[in-house]
Design a binder for this molecule. Sequence first.
Ligand code: C2O
Ligand code: CU
Length: 469
Amino acid sequence: MTYLLVAGLLCLSAVAADAQSSASARLLAAPPVLENLSSEPGVVEVKITAAPARLSLLPGVETDVYAYNGSVPGPTLELTEGDRVIVRFRNELPHSTTIHWHGVHLPFEADGSAFHPVAPGEEYVYEFTVHPGTAGTYWYHPHPHHHTAYQVAMGLQGAVIVRDPDDPLAHLSERILFLTDNRFTAEGAIDFAELGSRQARVDAENGREGDVIFVNGQVMPTLEITSGEVQRWRVLNASSARTYLLSLPGHGFLHVGSDGGLFEHPVRTDEVLLAAAERVELLVRGSGNPGDEVTLRSLPYDRYLPQTRPAEWTDTLELLTVRNSEESATDPITLPTTLRPIPALDPADATVTRPMVLTKNRINGQMMDMSRIDEVTELGATEIWEVENLVGMDHSFHLHGVQFQVLDRDGEPEAQPIWKDIVNVPKRSTLRFIVRFDNYPGKWMYHCHILDHEDAGMMGVLEVRPPEP
Ligand code: C2O
Ligand code: CU
């Protein structure tokens, strides 16, 4: 069966090109890709060094940053299901750090959580094998205890793309949109609020947001599309706290994937909410005349407490110009209605329902303690986690090492099972997800992915134990 993507999905309207976008139009460029140093088939071996650098993030200004292999964002790790992966990491930062492979199903020793810090000058080797069925869009970032927000804001983050050798959308041309935000002083330094200032309190409450939005490290770049062409966008929100409500005004997206890869069935939608650390895959179809432009925007979304809600929260943010290229229209494309089967985990298999109550910087009333185990389960167990947000701002919930399926939100069942590793929990709401702890024993962190909340202790530890002999 095929799914015909009708011409109306995205009609680029004849928006008059405004002077600013045509003058400064820089074409969107993908981040660099990590070079595979292995010649063995099925083995990916890469080197990553984290070190201070001085780069131009804003046009014409140099900024002191921390960079992976000298670039912000860092280079993309390209993998295929089944690959054996060896990452030789070297820490040349003045602080200890880690690389966490956000969302990837891998052994505890390779998770790069705060349990495996890498001291300045030291090296660490992350080794794992990419599981079949896990093709999707992931990312990597530091995870040192209490200092994640700072290191990420300084520039440490990069994308991981896992491909399926039988990808049903492999014929589409692909773009990565790696979203970050940052804040700068008048001199162009990365701006952190002064201790004890009002801004410091706002950042602690909201999570630090920046007024400059970057796509792949570029400010308001231009992405070209040909009329009739369908592009696959992998959108990653690598921001520390900012939530995006994506829209292409007057048009739409075909939403085909989330954190853990493709859906079973595509969903047509006009807006997509993307909380910090979430990923989506969107299909966008170009139509209209050469030179027509439309702006990818983020619409206002109120995730805030009234006391610290930024005055500009109602502003619409512009992320990217989508411009019709001069090339002639391509033929309409057909897409499968079923992208891949996703078996639903069965609540009848769950051995326990675990409550997770979110309040200010706490989960179940506790602040993170590295020496405490908060929850224990057995390898192979299926569980339901009930995440309840008791406060008046959104928090998110991320669980390391596994993908889960949301069952319901405030009692409303999800439309289809999809794989996720992070979920936004809106103010005063409850959601339930189901998860199975396969393959890897160890200590797995769960936390809010608003990084200032995580650093302040909004985190806990689940230990997955091998069954008693
Ligand atoms: Cu992306 Cu524990 O984090
Ligand atoms: Cu939070």
